[in-house]
Design a protein around this ligand. Structure first.
Ligand code: HDQ
Ligand code: MN
Ligand code: MN
Ligand code: MN
Length: 301
């Protein structure tokens, strides 16, 4: 089985500099060899260069910031991911901000239309262009994938291919009021930090899989935002929220998903090496690489 590392140096879905340097830090930390050491055949075509659209040519559409830049990049990512998936490779997409998931999950669903999505994040990323307060599109990818973002001509290419009963969240703790309404209205299953405290991570992962993959026969796309982890574990990220997953809880999710044998795509998003001191950056990058290894089969025994 082979892995395709897809480096996406992209920050257009949010305002902080540095998250576009996430991929290079992960690759330079040795991720390629680490995955080869796990027995994977690894291909890495270099970090994708996305031609920047200048700000003056990309004015906001409604509240959405950098809409054309985000749309173009995500469209390009969707075809890169679907090409790899079509060749039977497992795309490991390194972000870059989480707006990229419009492309990664869009690409996966083209090849695996019955895939389910496990979204590990402090945030639901399900604002619509109407409900967003920040205008940052990294807070909106899920609404586009579900087809509830309204008809934005710029994003007409995003197929509403994700069904609400094929999406489940783990790690939520900073969800906007409108997002809570959207989750309820669409009956989307979400395991916040409260449920994790109550049941323990083992039970939560089982319940999450029961919700979207009851017969354990559907391909799984894992979209992991490092801000799901507690900021003491992954400090160098754009929207940190206290009270997050421990190092082990994060790894357990990845290990358990590997054990299903159903993983077909992985996103490791929002590592921003520009936000903290060298030691905190190193720690965040190292945790990111470790999570990827866990999802790809690195076991403790
Ligand atoms: N919902 C948000 C949005 O901007 O839409 C608002 N939130 C920040 C905000 C700060 C003040 C207290 C309430 N939260 C970030 C989130 C997007 C996270 C994107 B991700 O990819 O990092 O998950
Ligand atoms: Mn996110
Ligand atoms: Mn987040
Ligand atoms: Mn973020």
């Amino acid at each position: 089985k082979s892995v395709a590392i897809v480096g996406c140096p992209f920050r257009g879905g949010q305002a902080k500099l540095g998250v576009d340097h996430g991929p290079i830090h992960m690759v330079e930390a040795g991720l390629e060899q680490q995955l080869r050491d796990l027995g994977w055949e690894v291909r890495f075509d270099g970090h994708h260069q996305f031609e920047q659209i200048s700000e003056e040519n990309d004015p906001p559409i409604g509240k959405m910031k950098n809409p054309r830049f985000v749309s173009q990049v995500c469209k390009a990512v969707a075809s890169v991911v679907s090409d790899h998936a079509r060749r039977g490779q497992l795309p490991v997409v390194l972000g870059g901000d989480h707006s990229l998931a419009m492309g990664t999950i869009g690409g996966t669903l083209e090849v695996y239309p019955n895939a389910c999505v496990i979204w590990v994040d402090a945030h639901a990323d399900i604002n619509t262009p109407e409900t967003t307060e920040s205008g940052n599109i990294h807070g909106m990818p899920v609404s586009f994938l579900l087809g509830i973002a309204g008809n934005e001509p710029e994003f007409a290419w995003v197929k509403p291919a994700l069904r609400a009963n094929r999406l489940v969240y783990i790690g939520l703790r900073d969800v906007d009021a409108d997002e809570k309404r959207i989750l309820r209205e669409n009956g989307i299953k979400a395991f916040s930090m409260h449920e994790i405290d109550r049941h323990g991570i083992g039970k939560v992962v089982e319940l999450a899989l029961d919700a979207v993959n009851p017969n354990r026969d559907l391909p799984i796309h894992l979209s992991f935002d490092v801000d799901a982890l507690d900021p003491t574990v992954a400090p160098s990220t754009g929207t940190p929220v206290r009270g997050g997953l421990t190092f082990r809880e994060g790894h357990y999710i990845c290990e358990a998903i590997h054990e299903t044998g159903l993983l077909i795509a992985l996103d490791l998003m929002e590592v921003n090496p520009g936000l903290a001191d060298a030691e905190s950056v190193r720690k965040t990058v190292s945790v990111g690489c470790s999570l990827v290894r866990a999802a790809l089969g690195e076991a403790l025994l």
